[in-house]
Design a protein around this ligand. Structure first.
Ligand code: PLP
Length: 449
């Protein structure tokens, strides 16, 4: 207990954590996480907490895998660091690029490594503009993203994303970025049925292309399933319509796989799940199961052929292809494959999670239950019929109840989100759903008070 107070004071005095209201956090004191194993975290007071978010959608193989520790230690002893700048390479980056090409969609055989998802999205922005310049079409500069999409916190990442609060706080967007609506049926579908709505929002892509001028559009960027925006699962009609539109115009398709990649939907990539064929795929998170920071962009061969003609690409990071991170990623991919984790997700874990998760639909606070693969969301509403929201942020109350009762469930506004490790078992899923229901009850009690 006294240690906890000590660490909380260190937090107040020295730490500026991401996406935090500092005054509020300092008043309350940070929860100090001390260790983790499997799907569980422990805090400094000895509480065990089921991690329903796999960290930040990333600890896909669960915590505490010694093989990754060993892989990192081995690589640190042998070659802890070297860069890829001087026409040099090293075996971890080479082997990882080869392994990624082996699981990526056909025709996507090249990887540019970065240190994070945000850096990956900065990379795609520069890469697509460089691509069109090299092709002799320098006027193709505009990238179309989606409102409420999330592509990271760097200036380009935040601009490609559609989080208005992020734009406003920093005087963004940077030039040449446009947005269309997200396929958020529950919140914005009015009286259309989901498939009609899916088509209507997809058609905005074509309208935007024509508005900007088809000779000016470089690329369209989207997450297969919007994660940080609230696990927005598109209606079935959405991606086929987007594909149809993309096929009509000469623009690149960027699928941000930072969350959906490496098994979250049960396939290697969300694009595989939907049958999409992107040209560039930013990746991060599940690539190393979060054990070390690493990201990348998987690039279609036809794009690489053009880049090959473009001279030097003035872009890269000190830690691009970091050997220790690459060794850990390789080990992570080996475990995902050899333990048949994706097959198990598809055949057992995801069907069980989705069945149990949907039972929460009967709760008075729950307006909609959504889920796909190893993702889930609950929309908290005051009135199920009218979908009226509560005044004030009830999602945060629910998140607090969850943490106090040993469950991490994230709140995005009044949408509660889960994205547990892919290796969660049925008993742990039962615990997750039981605790979620308890916390919904506690939140409902607060709401009535
Ligand atoms: N893209 C998506 C879809 C994400 O969800 C995130 C992070 O949540 C990012 C990009 C940014 O990744 P990072 O936080 O590693 O920079």
């Amino acid at each position: 207990e006294s240690n906890t107070l000590h660490w909380q004071n260190l937090s107040r005095e020295h730490l500026l954590p991401p996406f935090s209201d500092y005054r509020e956090l300092n008043a309350k004191g940070a929860r100090i996480i001390t260790r983790a194993s499997g799907v569980y975290l422990w805090d400094s007071k000895g509480n065990r907490i089921l991690d329903g978010m796999a960290g930040l959608w990333c600890v896909n193989i669960g915590y505490g895998r010694e093989e990754l520790v060993e892989a990192a230690a081995r690589q640190m002893r042998e070659l802890p660091y070297y860069n890829l700048f001087f026409q040099t390479a090293h075996t971890p980056a080479l082997e990882l690029a080869n392994a990624i090409a082996g699981i990526a969609p056909i025709g996507m055989d090249h990887v540019f490594f970065t240190g994070s998802g945000s850096e990956s999205n900065d990379t795609v922005l520069r890469m697509v503009r460089h691509y069109w310049m090299t092709k002799g079409q320098p006027q193709k500069q505009v990238i179309i993203g989606r409102w409420n999409g999330y592509h990271g916190s760097t200036v380009a990442g935040a601009s490609l994303g559609g989080m208005k609060a992020m734009h406003e706080q920093a005087g963004l967007l940077i030039s040449g970025i446009e947005h269309i609506d997200q396929p958020y049926w529950y919140g914005e579908g009015d009286d259309l049925d989901p498939d009609e709505f899916g088509i209507r929002v997809a058609e905005q892509l074509e309208q935007k292309i024509l508005e900007v001028g088809e000779d000016k559009v470089a690329a369209f960027i989207a997450e297969p399933i919007q994660g940080a925006g609230g696990v927005i699962i598109p209606p079935d009609s959405y991606w086929p319509k987007i594909r149809e539109i993309l096929a009509r115009y000469d623009i690149l398709f960027i699928a941000d796989e930072v969350i959906c990649g490496f098994g979250r939907t049960g396939e290697w990539f969300g694009s595989d799940y939907y049958g999409n064929a992107p040209d560039l795929m930013p990746i991060a998170k599940g690539l190393t199961s979060g054990y070390l920071p690493m990201g990348g962009v998987i690039v279609r061969d036809k794009v690489v052929q053009v880049l090959n003609e473009g001279g030097e690409f003035y872009h890269g990071f000190t830690y691009s292809g970091h050997p220790v991170a690459a060794a850990v990623a390789l080990e992570n991919l080996r475990i995902l494959k050899e333990e048949n984790i994706l097959e198990r997700v598809k055949a057992k874990t995801s069907p069980y999670l989705q069945k149990r998760w949907r039972e929460l639909a009967d709760h008075p606070l729950v307006g909609e239950v959504r889920g796909l693969g190893m993702l889930g969301a609950l929309e908290l509403v005051k009135d199920k019929q009218t979908r009226e929201r509560f005044p004030g942020a009830i999602g945060m109350r629910c998140r607090e109840h969850c943490l106090d009762n040993g469950l991490v469930m994230r709140a995005v506004g009044d949408t509660m989100i889960i994205s547990p490790p892919l290796v969660i078992n049925e008993e742990e899923i039962d615990e997750l759903v039981t605790k979620a229901r308890l916390c919904l009850d506690l939140t409902a009690r607060d709401a009535r008070a």
